[in-house]
Each structure stands twice: as C-alpha cells, then as structure tokens.
Design a protein around this ligand. Structure first.
Ligand code: 6CS
Ligand code: FE
Length: 300
C-alpha cells in the first residue's frame, strides 16, 4: 500500500499537504451536526459543542472513571499509564471496554452519529482513554498529530479518524486544557527520528519521537494561531486525527479529567505499521475488535 505520509524515515522534517477529505461525503452520510458545526470542523480541524451532557450524566461518568482509577485489577493492568515524574495515574486506556457507562458513551448517538457523519461511514473504536491530568501533578502532552503516530506505529492508512473528547471536569486556563492549532489538520508534519521498539511505553508518558519540529510548529501556529478549549464539564470537542494538539501541565489544585473516544472508519482499518515496527497492543490500537458500532437509542 502506497504511503502518502512518510514520517520518521531518517529524512529532514517536511510539510506534506493532506490528500484525504476532512468531512467525507460532504456530511451527507447521516444527520448529526449542524451545517455551521460541520463547516467549522472542516475549516479549523475541530469543533467544540458546549453543554452536550448534563451534570448528572457527567457525574455518573466521573464516578465510573474514579472507580476504575481505584480498582486494584485496573491499577495493575497494562491499560494504566503513570505520569513521567511520579506514580500518579496519567491515563487509563480501553475504558470503553472496562466501564459500563463508558461503553455506553462510545455508542451515545450524540458522539457516534457525529463521527459517522464526519467520516462518511460506519465506525468503530480505534482507541479510548481517560486522561486524568491529576491536580498539581499532571504533566504536559507535547504538541503532536495523533495520525502521525497511528499511521507510523499502528498502520492507519488514511486520515479518516477523529477524536471525541468529553470534558468530565471544567477545563480552565489553569488546569491544562486541550490546546489545538486551527487549520493544522491540512498539513501532515513529517517527523525526524527513528521509532524505538515498544515506543508506546515511553511515548504515552512523555512523547519525544514523532513530534513536530519547532520550525513546522511555528509556521502552522503563525498561520492558524493557537486555541485553548476552556469549557465546562459536559462539553465535547471533536478533532480531526491530524489536528496538532497538546496540553500544558496542571498547576491547579483540582484535577482535569477528559475522556477520549477515537472513532476510525470501517473503511480505514489498520494494516501493517507504516514505520515497520511491531503492531502496538490491542488496548492502544484495536485490530481484533473493530466491528461497526450501532448507536444506542437517544436518552429519553
Ligand atoms: O499514541 C497514542 O495513540 C496516544 N498519544 C497521544 C499523545 N495522543 C493520542 C493517543 O492517546
Ligand atoms: Fe493526542
């Protein structure tokens, strides 16, 4: 399969123009987002919807995430990633299979139908996680394109996937809110460096390989600016697999917890990693369990 997005191939950094649509089938596959929301998503590479989930729904999801965080069998499992500078929990992966309410969230029509509309097909969960960003301890997620990793290390062929971040706590200017570079989804930043074997053990704690070079970052930030998603719990951010994003450390005394569900098109299932390394495990990149999801009935 031709590789349109060569990265980490021992060459200099480069910007490669995206050759995949952003919104497939002009959003005609299913009705979910408004015309304006779709336009915003296509133009800037993300869209924020405020007040999607009620405080009762958010509280129930929070309770489940906290229960997972304190569950001894989960804490010892491979799905748990700890902070680089402490033993505090940074992320729990595969939460859509570990938690009942989180499983329902992945099939909630408010999320799933938007993903089906944008990706123009049926979809499955490529990856899910809760990023806990604990109070005073949660370190940054450096700037990156998820697609660069999912293409090179997971074998995701095309840019036909998106992340849906549901805010479980208020995201404030002080607790490390998600930051994005508008319009950066239109350029693939080819990264320098080689991928170490089993790279995910390090990269999920602190990513240093497969991150954009400062010149490319500056160029794309000068073109599109920087946007920080400061929003209330219950808000949702949909962002394209190739939109550059990151988040700062949490210096506030309150944790910032967001759950991420990554939807991939069933037309874009993983092949052999384009970087030539061993495929990453199932809890980080689904290969076995990738049947199309059916939306749950809308909440009454
Ligand atoms: O490697 C990955 O799949 C993960 N890394 C980052 C920094 N974002 C996406 C994903 O959680
Ligand atoms: Fe990411």
């Amino acid at each position: 399969m031709k590789d349109f997005y060569v990265s980490r191939a021992g060459r200099d950094a480069a910007l490669i123009a995206r050759c995949d649509p952003v919104v497939y089938d002009q959003g005609g596959y299913v009705d979910a987002l408004t015309e304006e929301q779709l336009r915003n998503y296509a133009r800037q590479g993300f869209v924020t919807l405020n007040g999607v989930f009620s405080s009762r729904e958010v509280q129930a999801l929070c309770d489940e995430a906290i229960a997972l965080e304190h569950d001894p069998s989960v804490r010892e499992g491979e799905e748990v990633i700890r902070e680089p500078g402490s033993a505090a929990l940074r992320s729990i992966f595969r939460v859509h299979e570990l938690g009942h309410r989180l499983a329902g969230l992945a099939r909630d029509p408010r999320l799933l139908n938007a993903a089906r509309q944008i990706l123009g097909s049926e979809v499955y969960v490529h990856q899910s996680r809760v990023n806990m960003k604990p109070a005073l301890d949660g370190e940054e997620f450096y700037w990156h394109s998820d697609f660069e990793t999912w293409h090179v290390e997971d074998g995701m062929p095309a840019m036909r996937a998106l992340s849906c971040s549901v805010l479980l706590t208020d995201n404030t200017p002080f607790n490390g809110p998600l930051m994005l570079i508008p319009e950066s989804h239109q350029q693939f930043v080819a990264c320098v460096g080689e991928t170490p074997e089993d790279h995910y053990h390090a990269s999920l704690r602190r990513q240093e390989v497969g991150v954009p070079d400062p010149v490319s970052l500056r160029l794309l930030a000068e073109r599109g600016g920087l946007r920080s998603v400061v929003a209330r719990a219950g808000s949702v951010v949909f962002f394209d697999c190739n939109t550059l994003h990151g988040s700062g450390g949490n210096l506030s005394p309150w944790s910032r917890s967001n759950v991420f569900v990554v939807y991939n098109s069933v037309e874009n299932r993983l092949v052999a990693p384009f970087g030539g390394t061993q495929p990453r495990p199932e809890h980080v990149a689904a290969r076995q369990r990738c049947e199309a999801l059916t939306p749950l009935p809308a909440a009454a």
